[in-house]
Structures are given as structure tokens and as C-alpha cells.
Design a protein around this ligand. Structure first.
Ligand code: SAM
Length: 279
């Protein structure tokens, strides 16, 4: 299956769930906040968050939907779902629920959501048109879809997470499209535009914005690369090469991305918004 993902392949996210977005490295949080702003979530909205992870989108969506709205976060990883459920309770977000569910075709009642959002997640599903059609059906007429994914960063040199060393690593060890972060998210912007229209969406808007990875040290960022989907890339690299390659990544960060003693790494992020047409 080209670019195929099945629940069992997502054990990587179960594996990293304790550390995912929990290190002193900022990235997924601000990207999640931005996605919620672009989705235009209002008090009272019923929101479905696909691939909720540790709640980078779920929690700002819950705050925007307020006490009269609700958020359902779904994820293939049971540990992500459990951790986010516990955090929602701790934060007092009583109208936030989480469930283990395949975001490719969520088994939920049609027409029951005002917004479907997916932060850095939906580009991983195997059959994107099936997912887009499912989201259109889950939305009420005029309901909104908002998705984010890493944007391709090729100029002046290919970069992944803002770094040439990670792009080189990806090129060397992840040439098949099935391994994150290799390959263009959603099959590229043209295909995303077309697919969303063909699958019944209107008002499709794509934007690429600069987000930032912020951390105290280069070594924090190196450690962070083991705590999300990039772990799949590391697992392809022979163990005896890890230390050398980690040092190269840290050296690139130290040489080019220190700002007042802090790491500030610009990373382009693709945001897509669309709407289900009025009935
Ligand atoms: C990079 S994380 C993003 C998590 C969160 N949305 C964020 O912005 O930090 C991707 C998440 O998507 C989940 N995921 C990937 N494919 C999925 C699918 N088909 N259905 C549900 N969740 C999926 C993974 O388990 C993981 O938790």
C-alpha cells in the first residue's frame, strides 16, 4: 500500500506518547493555536479533532468552543488518547472527550460537527479522499475543515524541520514515501486543492506560514526529534551512526539558529481551510 498507514504501524506514536510535545521545545503548541484561529471556532461549536495527539489542537479548540461547545479528539494511539483525556480533566475541560478511532473514516453521526480540525495528522492517513469525504459528511452545512502539515521546504536547499542535516538524513534513509517526514504532505498543494473540491468542499484556502521551533539548547532539539514521527526515520539509521548524526544536527543549529542564546528555527507550515457548502 503506497504511503499506507494502518493502526499497527502507528505504534511509533504510542511509543513516543509520554514525551510527545512534553519536552522544553515549543512547536506543536503554537501551530495548534494557529490552526484553531484559522478554523474560526466560536463559543458553542462542536469540534472534531483528528489525530489529537497530546492535545495541541484539542485544548485551544476546547477553550474557543467554551462551556457551551464540545470537542472530541480521536487518535489511533491509545496512550495518546489516555494522556489527553487525563490532561483535559486536569485542565477542567469537562466538555472534551477523547476516543481511539481511525481518523481516516471516523464512525460518528453525519452532520453533527461545526468544525473538523486536524493538526499535523491527516496527511498521514492512507486514503486521503476517503478521509476528506468522511469529514464533509460529518460537518453540518457551512461547517469548516482546517488542517495543518509540514510544508515542503526546498529553497535554497532542502530542509526538514528547518534543518539541512535532517533533510540529508531523510534523503539517505527514508526514500520511500511511507516514512515520515519524507514526501510532500497531502500529495502537494495542487492535489490538496483539487481533492478537497472534488470531495465536496468549497472556499478552499491554502497558506504557508512560518512557525518556529524554540528551545533552550541544540541538544534539546536533537532529543525532541526522537519524540514524534521522526523517530521512524531514526529507527532506520544504523545505531552506530546515531551519535555522529545527532552531533551534526546540533552543530547546524548552533552555527545558524541561535538567537540571544536560544534556539529559534523557522519551519514552514501548510494550513488548509475549507467549508461544507450550505444545504
Ligand atoms: C504529529 S502528531 C499530531 C498530534 C497533534 N494534533 C498535534 O498537533 O500535536 C500525529 C498524530 O496523529 C495520529 N494519527 C496518525 N494517523 C492517524 C489516523 N489514521 N487516525 C487517527 N490518528 C492518527 C498519531 O497517532 C499522532 O498522535
Amino acid at each position: 500500500m503506497a504511503n499506507g498507514r494502518t493502526p499497527s504501524e502507528h505504534t511509533v506514536f504510542d511509543q513516543v506518547s509520554a514525551e510527545y510535545d512534553q519536552l522544553p521545545v515549543e512547536f506543536f503548541g503554537p501551530v495548534g493555536e494557529r490552526l484553531v484561529a484559522l478554523a474560526g471556532i466560536r463559543p458553542g461549536d462542536r469540534v472534531l479533532d483528528i489525530g489529537c495527539g497530546r492535545g495541541a489542537v484539542t485544548f485551544p479548540a476546547a477553550r474557543a468552543a467554551g462551556t457551551t461547545g464540545s470537542v472530541l479528539g480521536v487518535d489511533l494511539s491509545p496512550r495518546m488518547v489516555e494522556a489527553t483525556r487525563a490532561k483535559a480533566a486536569e485542565l477542567g475541560l469537562h466538555r472534551t472527550r477523547t476516543m481511539v478511532m481511525d481518523g481516516q473514516k471516523p464512525t460518528l453521526p453525519a452532520g453533527t460537527f461545526d468544525a473538523v480540525v486536524g493538526g499535523m495528522s491527516v496527511h498521514m492517513v492512507a486514503d486521503l479522499p476517503t478521509a476528506y469525504r468522511a469529514y464533509r459528511d460529518l460537518l453540518r452545512p457551512e461547517g469548516r475543515l482546517a488542517l495543518s502539515a509540514p510544508a515542503t521546504d526546498l529553497s535554497p536547499r532542502p530542509r526538514v524541520f528547518g534543518l539541512e542535516t535532517i533533510a540529508d538524513l531523510s534523503a539517505a534513509y527514508a526514500t520511500d514515501s511511507d516514512v515520515y517526514p519524507n514526501g510532500e504532505a497531502f500529495g502537494g498543494q495542487d492535489r490538496l486543492q483539487d481533492d478537497l473540491r472534488v470531495c465536496g468542499f468549497t472556499d478552499v484556502t491554502l497558506t504557508v506560514e512560518r512557525a518556529f521551533i524554540r528551545a533552550g539548547t541544540a541538544r534539546d532539539v536533537v532529543r525532541w526529534t526522537w519524540t514524534h514521527g521522526m523517530r521512524r526515520l531514526w529507527e532506520r539509521v544504523p545505531q552506530h551512526r546515531h551519535e555522529h548524526l545527532e552531533s551534526r544536527i546540533a552543530a547546524e543549529i548552533t552555527a545558524s539558529h541561535l538567537d540571544g542564546g536560544q534556539v529559534v528555527l523557522p519551519v514552514p507550515v501548510l494550513y488548509a481551510t475549507a467549508a461544507r457548502p450550505a444545504a
